[in-house]
Design a protein around this ligand. Sequence first.
Ligand SMILES: Cc1cc2nc3c(=O)[nH]c(=O)nc-3n(C[C@H](O)[C@H](O)[C@H](O)COP(=O)(O)OP(=O)(O)OC[C@H]3O[C@@H](n4cnc5c(N)ncnc54)[C@H](O)[C@@H]3O)c2cc1C
Length: 447
Amino acid sequence: MPETVPRIVIVGGGFGGLAAAKALRKTDARVVLVDRQNHHLFQPLLYQVATSELTPGQIGSPIRGILGRHRNTTVLMGEVTGVDSDRRCVFFDSVDREGVALDYDYLILATGASHSYFGHDEFAQFAPGLKSLADAVSIRNRILFAFEQAETEEDPRRHRDLLTFVLVGAGPTGVEMAAALAVLVRTTLSSEFRRVDPASARIVLIDMGQRVLGPFAESLSAAARSRLEKLGVEVRLGHGVDHIDADGVIVAGERIVSKTVIWTAGVAPSPAGKWLRSETDRAGRVRVRPDLSVPGHPEIFVVGDTASLDQDGHPLAGVAQVAMQQGRHAALVIGRRIKGGPAPHPFRYFDKGTMAVVGKGFAVLQSGRLHLSGLLAWMAWAAVHLEFLATSSLRVSVFVQWVWMYLTGQRGSRLIVNHHGSVAGHTRVPSSSEHPSSSEHPSMSAR
Ligand SMILES: Cc1cc2nc3c(=O)[nH]c(=O)nc-3n(C[C@H](O)[C@H](O)[C@H](O)COP(=O)(O)OP(=O)(O)OC[C@H]3O[C@@H](n4cnc5c(N)ncnc54)[C@H](O)[C@@H]3O)c2cc1C
């Protein structure tokens, strides 16, 4: 394409960035998408990789492959480190170079969020969060390791501690993960161990709030809690964790000994606000105008988890649908400007509803006045998640795997990958920083 055609740089190939790139396919522009990963990740199913239901390849897809037929689009792998809004360029570190400059006429920042330990970053080394494929594989390793270690442990008094799993945060991720873990230990693993009984594993879900799934209606929170308890999950509400270390957690003055603590609580937005030096909300998300552009910079748009916009007096939630609709809207605004057409209406989020799955065949669904829990909600959950996977091959593969697992209990992958930390009788749990793919994800060490 000639150099005179405007260049649109999109940073981030997640839900928001990818939706924008797809919507710009027919626009007379050179689109460049930069992501630090080579793949788009379907984060809502990360917990299924962490609990061995699906393989990493079933929820991630190369961005280059997804956009391969978009003739106006170039995909670059690199970590963006800053934006010079006066010079209109972004800087990124590529595989072998630092600070590569990339000019833009329009910029869409869709860099998502990472974990927040609410000022206790020291918890990160003991309680990994779930945000990337590397995180999910690392957590899967930890869970499977715990069972292997318990099976080889001669002292039965230690079995209980090894098989205690603590999840901190009872939002959708914590609830889905706790329920999936309960199903894993009580079905697939239950008959395979001889010295320990996997079904005796203790799964503790902790939250400082008064109910699980806080953003849902109270009746759905209660249904989810009751389902969790039926699955054997110990739900402890009303107190956050005071401390996390190598021996477990302290909550309300009580120590819960555990070798596997998983952080499913807060998220923090990407540093896009710092790059732009623009106004942010309390969480650090960039405040955007109703057309999703940044105040004072009509050529820069911020979408998804890293943007802050109120609708009907409430901030929009950090969910995939918001990111996708915003990505498409930013593309529409830019496309109209390039064509010289009228500006579209301000962005308005169309809420199709929220869902969370609680183990096999049970979900809660909230859409307007419709509140549903049970099998029907689970079927809706399954259909929606299949629909939003990035490619048809993933849809087929996940569908087949779900049916297979539903019927047989057999899982996608129960491999402990990269357990080279086994040293002279001491089985060391590999941290995410030891995982080979962590080098693709430089921010992981900061979590
Ligand atoms: C475990 C989990 C479960 C979830 N479950 C649900 C659910 O059930 N339903 C739902 O609606 N939402 C769910 N969400 C939230 C949903 O995934 C997010 O709201 C959504 O991904 C936000 O889209 P985004 O485009 O803003 O960011 P993301 O999808 O996170 O994409 C950000 C992209 O930017 C890239 N990036 C970040 N920084 C840089 C940089 N400096 N340089 C280059 N590239 C960069 C990242 O690699 C990534 O590809 C879940 C999230 C998690 C973590």
